[in-house]
Design a protein around this ligand. Structure first.
Ligand code: SF4
Ligand code: SF4
Length: 717
């Protein structure tokens, strides 16, 4: 990727007593090094991409320490990498976005959890849940429960999060259990500081090689009958050892409140939001001092029964603040208290929302209901007034607009190479009729929104082709699967292409080859243009994805016989190729590779290059499209076919034209789609292509003078 993390890499070198300042996820990265991690792997995905991005760029420093970094092909390979900690005293960490990544990793994760580990194994989970999430809304907690893993959910405070990483490794070793460290989106991106310790070089590493592999030990294999013993060990030894460690090292925290009779049990990750909600209700001060006592669960699995008992005993009521469903923690607390014959009333999902992110407002409502029931003497006036004011503001907006505030879904970047493909698809379907479209994960899923409204299903990353296997046989028209190059390498090649070829399926697959896993932050993949080409292209200003043919070679090698490569921006050519794929007599798998470099990554390369040229007085040229407002008919079909955010509307300067006219805003990167669409869909001829030249040379000046003279001749002022 073109983004440099040199400042972050420097932060990783901080030593004893230095103060780290930065984002939560970078603090976690530093904590891994302070813990003596020997290897790190992972698959990118918000909100934990930064961890791998920074470590990949810090390879030189990590080599000094002897820490190995592996950018894994998917989460399954990352989880399998933790196998190194089964036999060897190696501390290892991997990372991915959950729940989707944990789903992909599930097989290896179960097979790791079964024999358990010798060296500490930490899985840094980006829990992509709530308002900013981009995936299905489920919780990683289910995996921790089913596989008897430890699940940490640290209170969002950088120093505390760092401590939990270090404790996480020790806990993993004390209980032979892999540990999941769950980080919510906000915890990853919050900023703060902590006092560092020195990084610890691992004792066994690429710098200190070991002579012999571990002796054969059948009991460390996930293989029956060993697996029967593993299951017993989990319940009889490992989880009890984990509970002992949690209690002995005070991993969970009790914050006594002014009133001892009411308590709150909260997932560590929700602590900040809970304190803010208490403040809104007038039940906490600005420093977090609360009227109600709190048990903060920095470890949500396993729970330590004696901690739950001690906290609940003697209280009039306790509220469990647990985000998402099902309410695993609440159920377990109820079971623990019942077994220990503690009869404190427990509330949770009866007063708090069952689903969705626990924002401050959501928690405030639940807290208000809980307090009103069990402590009517406490005044909640301030909080109720705040809740009412929020509702009134929303109502006022709705009244003003005549409808609720419209949603603002994300969309393709300006000039994205994937937008033209969906424009071509839209035009094609006007001719041949609607087709079933199996969509996928990635930037192209933005096509689900207006103006394309495209895609019937999304079954996972790289799963589009596989997901149409049951649809194809019942459709009179061929089905279409769309995946990105990231999805192709993540899972699509094996789950989709191999299966379709093996079964002789008649289907069409479009692979959007933009050169990166763009949706996760433009990380590099095996089909990314190499750096030699990138350096070369700085002078050529060109798209680069054609320089790497790994996808084409792989498809040909595996037996794909119908393969076409089309420039993404050529709407007409794309439409023709799609039509051919849907109408050809060839009955096997037809693959179209839509080639166009991710515009975000391209602009990151091109913009600094242009700026440097401009500054040094060299000629620079920028292409920009525009709309002739006199010609624009005002029907806006160009916008319905493009959706580019820079293609907008403005009031018509012509008093005889009532409708607003189309206009191109300044952000246009000159991708050419406007011209292509106008041509392919035979739109009004209002678009023009302009070239903005800075530091013009003598030829440019001469051409400008000639043009000006001719125009003045035929169009006198
Ligand atoms: S990141 Fe790249 S591929 Fe994704 S929407 Fe932006 S330009 Fe398109
Ligand atoms: S040419 Fe059209 S689609 Fe491309 S960036 Fe400019 S306005 Fe957007």
């Amino acid at each position: 990727m073109e983004v440099s993390f040199s400042r972050e890499v420097q932060a990783l070198r901080l030593g004893q007593g230095d103060v780290f300042r930065g984002e939560g996820i970078l603090a976690i990265t530093k904590a891994l090094l302070q813990s003596g991690v020997a290897y790190v792997g992972g698959y990118q995905g918000a909100p934990v991409s930064h961890l791998m991005d920074v470590l990949v760029q810090a390879k030189d420093y990590l080599a000094e320490l002897g820490v190995h970094v592996e950018a894994c092909a998917n989460e399954a390979s990352a989880a399998a990498m933790l196998g190194a900690s089964i036999h060897y005293p190696l501390r290892g960490a991997v990372t991915w976005k959950s729940i989707v990544g944990t789903n992909v990793a599930a097989d290896a994760l179960s097979n790791l959890a079964s024999p358990g580990v010798t060296g500490g194994a930490l899985i840094v989970i980006g829990e992509d849940y709530g308002e900013g999430a981009s995936v299905i809304q489920e919780r990683t907690a289910a995996f921790a429960l089913k596989s008897s893993l430890v699940l940490l959910d640290p209170r969002p405070d950088l120093g505390h999060m760092v401590r939990m990483v270090e404790e996480g490794f020790a806990l993993s070793e004390a209980s032979s259990t892999p540990v999941l460290l769950q980080l919510r989106i906000r915890a990853c991106h919050m900023r703060g500081s902590f006092v560092c310790r020195d990084n610890v070089a691992p004792a066994m590493s690429a710098r200190h090689l070991t002579e012999a592999p571990a002796p054969f030990d059948y009991t460390r294999l996930s293989h029956p009958p060993s697996t029967f013993q593993h299951e017993k060990l989990k319940g009889d030894a490992r989880l009890p050892a984990a509970r002992r460690y949690i209690v002995d090292h005070h991993l969970n925290e009790v914050f006594p409140g002014g009133r001892g009779d009411l308590g709150l049990i909260v997932q560590g990750g929700l602590y900040n939001s809970l304190v803010r909600a208490l403040q809104q209700l007038g039940l906490a001060d600005a420093f977090g001092g609360s009227t109600l006592s709190m048990l903060v669960l920095n470890v949500t699995c396993p729970l330590a029964p004696e901690e739950i008992r001690d906290f609940c005993l003697g209280k009039r009521a306790v509220l469990v603040v647990e985000e998402g469903q099902p309410e695993f923690i609440e159920q377990e607390i109820l079971a623990i208290l019942r077994r220990l014959d503690v009869n404190t009333p427990i509330h949770g999902k009866d007063v708090l929302a069952l689903a969705g992110e626990y924002t401050v407002e959501v928690i405030t409502r639940g807290l208000a209901a809980f307090v009103a029931r069990h402590a009517p003497d406490l005044s909640l006036d301030a909080g109720q007034a705040w809740l009412k004011a929020n509702a009134a503001r929303r109502d006022a907006v709705t009244t003003q607009l005549g409808a609720p505030l419209p949603a603002r879904p994300p969309q393709f970047c300006i000039g994205c190479p994937e937008r033209p493909v969906f424009a071509a698809l839209k035009l094609l379907q006007q001719d041949i009729g609607r087709v079933h479209i199996a969509a996928d994960i990635g930037c192209h899923s933005f096509a689900a929104f207006e103006p394309f409204s495209s895609g019937h299903t999304i079954l996972g990353y790289g799963m589009s082709l596989a997901s149409r296997a049951g649809v194809s046989p019942v459709m009179s028209r061929r089905t279409l699967a769309i995946m990105g190059d990231g999805g192709f390498w993540h899972n699509g090649l094996l789950s989709g292409v191999q299966s379709a070829l093996f079964n002789g399926d008649d289907a069409v697959l479009v692979i959007l080859k933009n050169g990166y896993t763009s949706a996760t932050g433009t990380q590099e993949i095996i089909s990314t243009p190499d750096h030699e080409h990138k350096a070369h292209a700085r002078d050529k200003h060109e798209s680069l994805v054609h320089t790497n043919r790994a996808i084409e070679r792989t498809l040909t090698g595996i037996g794909v016989q119908w393969l076409r490569t089309v420039d993404s921006y050529r709407v007409d050519a794309m439409q023709r190729t799609l039509r051919e794929a849907f109408t050809t007599d060839f009955a096997g798998l037809k693959v179209i590779i839509a080639e166009g470099e991710c515009q975000l990554e391209r602009q990151r390369r091109v913009k600094p290059w242009l700026a440097r040229r401009m500054k040094s007085g060299k000629r620079t040229l920028r292409v920009k499209y525009g709309v002739d407002e006199d010609t624009c008919s005002g029907d806006h079909s160009c916008i319905r076919l493009s959706g580019c955010p820079t293609l907008s509307l403005k009031a018509s300067p012509d008093p005889l034209k009532v409708d607003p006219v189309a206009t191109v805003l300044d952000g246009c990167v000159g991708c050419g789609l406007c011209g292509e669409n106008a041509h392919a869909a035979t739109l009004c001829p209002s678009f023009y292509r302009g070239e903005v030249i800075r530091n013009p040379n003598w030829r440019d000046r001469l051409a400008a003078r000639l043009r000006h003279a001719v125009i003045t001749l035929f169009q006198p002022a």
